[in-house]
Design a protein around this ligand. Structure first.
Ligand code: IPE
Ligand code: IPE
Ligand code: MG
Length: 225
């Protein structure tokens, strides 16, 4: 598998189950991400895309949004050396213009500092699959107003056209929906759902997902004789 994508869901319910604040759940979620990145490296995966904040998540309480943004800012500022040491290239995908100027600057700094990393961690921030398609359509129209739109031409205007489509998308916490994640890119992705809340997602769960994926037959619409 080249590209794994994860909808990191259930931080709030994990916090509630442990009598903690929602933000504590998000903090535990960030730790789970660090762990899972290691498992991906060991498994030879090249790209990990994680859904961290959706275009719809702005509707949450001001306190939660502020808490998530400061967690994100702290993550970016504190992880630089570790990411460089582990050859991780950090990328942010989404409507980054929605983020504060301060965070945008921190993101740009981390992307630049880690640009030679061999493993890509793409973090979806203020990301929506519909927003991405609309943004791509507008960018295409501006760049090539008279051109013929093909699937391949269109792909070039997505947020990260150089990253291959995800082979597997995992969603934690028992919800059986995409919630607007990678709509274009997931056309032929496999899905794996688990009831485990994201902060509890560990090696055992990771291995289970990998084993389930290994048994899938990906035909991409074709048939082997
Ligand atoms: C996922 O956890 C993280 C974000 C969406 C930012 P949630 O915050 O959605 O947790 P639940 O779904 O309420 O348990
Ligand atoms: C999807 O989770 C977004 C992220 C995990 C960042 P949500 O918790 O926001 O999705 P819904 O509301 O359950 O569909
Ligand atoms: Mg949720």
């Amino acid at each position: 598998m080249e590209h794994l994508a994860i909808i990191m869901d259930g931080n709030g319910r994990w916090a509630k189950a442990h009598n903690k604040l929602r933000i504590d759940g998000h903090r535990a979620g960030a730790e789970a991400l660090d762990r899972v990145m290691h498992y991906c490296r060991e498994a030879g995966i090249k790209y990990l895309t994680v859904y961290a904040f959706s275009t719809e998540n702005w509707k949450r309480s001001k306190a939660e949004v502020t808490g998530l943004m400061s967690l994100l800012s702290r993550y970016i500022r504190s992880k630089k050396d570790e990411l460089i040491a582990n050859s991780v290239r950090f990328r942010a995908v989404g409507r980054l213009a929605d983020l504060s100027a301060k965070i945008r600057k921190e993101i740009a700094g981390l992307e630049e500092a880690t640009k030679d990393g061999e493993f890509t961690l793409a973090v979806a921030l203020s990301y929506g699959g519909r927003a991405e398609i609309v943004d791509a359509a507008n960018a295409w129209r501006r760049a090539d107003p008279d051109g013929e739109l093909t699937e391949e031409a269109f792909r070039a205007y997505l947020y990260a056209p150089d990253i291959p489509d995800p082979d597997l998308i995992i969603r934690t916490s028992g919800e059986l929906r995409t919630s607007n994640f990678l709509l274009w890119e997931s056309a032929y992705s496999e899905y794996y759902f688990t009831d485990v809340f994201w902060p509890d997602f560990g090696k055992e769960e990771f291995d289970k997902a990998m084993m389930a994926y290994a048994k899938r037959e990906r035909r991409m619409g074709g048939r082997l004789k």
